[in-house]
Design a binder for this molecule. Structure first.
Ligand SMILES: C[S@@+](CC[C@H](N)C(=O)[O-])C[C@H]1O[C@@H](n2cnc3c(N)ncnc32)[C@H](O)[C@@H]1O
Length: 354
């Protein structure tokens, strides 16, 4: 065993050379950004006195961080669950280590996540953070999500969503993925549509407020609005894109929320959080589906020199269009400019460098 400090939480975790599902109680340090962003979203949304569910809690790190790092007014209660044989004991020990008492605000259970959710009276925030696909938990989570609740969903089955196994994507997400520069954005939009379709059955419109792709996973936070007309509005925003889909064609981010997240004290978060939220802060203001890949364009035009990204961004803006880097791809530019005009800019700047 070893002690790990993440944010304000200190937890006991198994010492392993490789993080895997077979760990006694699962903890992945790579997911610190996932947890940082969770705290930032919940701090930035206007809602307070939230009843929170962490149905797949692992060591309890997420719940501990929420309790320690969010302002006291944010959380009314937090229900922590994991069916792993050692999880409940580990969570109890980790709560004690962090001097958080159970009972008042927080409770622990050791049930199948669906039973835990369905046995409850419902929650204002539910965080589905599974191994692989969130599919098995979507129905129960959406049923128990309050009328204006927030659902967070992680998917680590990127091989299906990003197109390595298209048949798996069709089976699991009812949509055709696409390999290539846009694979993660397309996968994320396919995931969002799947969550929305489950929501539609219960007249719950689930609108993305913060979505992203990172490392081996995709994640979306969706705000629920109850009502047929809102659901119909969501469904009108489903369609295909360059042969992929059907997928969500609407916005991936709520711009004021992203701005608020960027303005939170960065001290409590990792350095990775700061740079990540800065990039998303800029790209969120450009409501395009997809982006252009500089390297792909250079290849197509047989340019020997790749223009500097900053020069391309400057030239696009000079023509009166919005442009920003994208967190999805280091070579990507999100812009309102038409592809042909973008190509001309890259060609001119590229030839200038040869
Ligand atoms: C990816 S880990 C969760 C990590 C945790 N949320 C965190 O931030 O560190 C998934 C957890 O779900 C638990 N789990 C898997 N299937 C479950 C089920 N059907 N019901 C309850 N827990 C389950 C596993 O024991 C594992 O601890």
């Amino acid at each position: 065993m070893q002690f790990v400090q993440e944010g304000s939480a200190k937890i006991r975790v198994q010492k392993v050379s490789v993080v895997s599902k077979s760990m006694g109680v699962f903890y992945n340090p790579v997911m610190q950004l996932n947890r940082d962003l969770t705290i930032a979203v919940l701090e930035a949304v206007p809602q307070t006195h939230l009843s929170i569910a962490d149905p797949l809690a692992g060591t309890g790190i997420r719940a501990i961080r929420l309790l320690k790092e969010l302002p006291g007014s944010k959380i009314k209660s937090i229900a922590i669950n994991d069916y792993g044989p050692n999880a409940a004991r580990a969570i109890r020990k980790n709560f004690a280590l962090n001097k958080i008492s159970l009972g008042k605000k927080a409770g622990i259970s050791c049930l199948d996540a669906n039973i835990f959710l369905l046995n409850s009276f419902g929650f204002d925030y539910i965080d589905i953070d599974p191994f692989g696909t969130p599919n098995p938990y979507l129905d129960a989570a959406i049923k128990r999500l309050s009328r204006d609740g927030i659902l967070a969903v992680t998917a680590t089955d990127t091989a299906a969503l990003a197109g390595t196994f298209p048949e798996a994507c069709l089976r699991k997400y009812w949509a055709m993925p696409q390999r290539g520069s846009l694979q993660h954005e397309i996968g994320l939009r396919i995931l969002i549509r799947k969550v929305q379709l489950i929501g539609a059955q219960y007249e719950k419109a689930l609108i993305p407020i913060f979505s992203y792709s990172k490392e081996h996973y995709l994640r979306a936070f969706l705000q629920c609005t109850k009502g047929k007309k809102f659901v119909d509005g969501i469904l009108r925003n489903h369609g295909t894109f360059r042969g992929a889909g059907p997928l969500w064609l609407g916005n991936l981010w709520d711009i004021p929320l992203v701005k608020k997240m960027g303005s939170l004290s960065q001290k409590k978060f990792s350095g990775e959080f700061t740079s990540f939220i800065r990039i998303i802060g800029k790209e969120a203001s450009i409501p395009s589906v997809g982006f252009f890949d500089i390297h792909k364009v250079c290849e197509k035009l047989s340019l020997r020199a790749v223009p500097r990204t900053e020069s391309i961004l400057g030239a696009i803006r000079q023509k009166g269009h919005a442009a920003a880097r994208t967190h999805f791809n280091d070579c990507g530019i999100r812009t309102s400019m038409a592809f042909e005009d973008f190509e001309k800019i890259v060609a001119n700047l590229g030839k200038g460098r040869e």
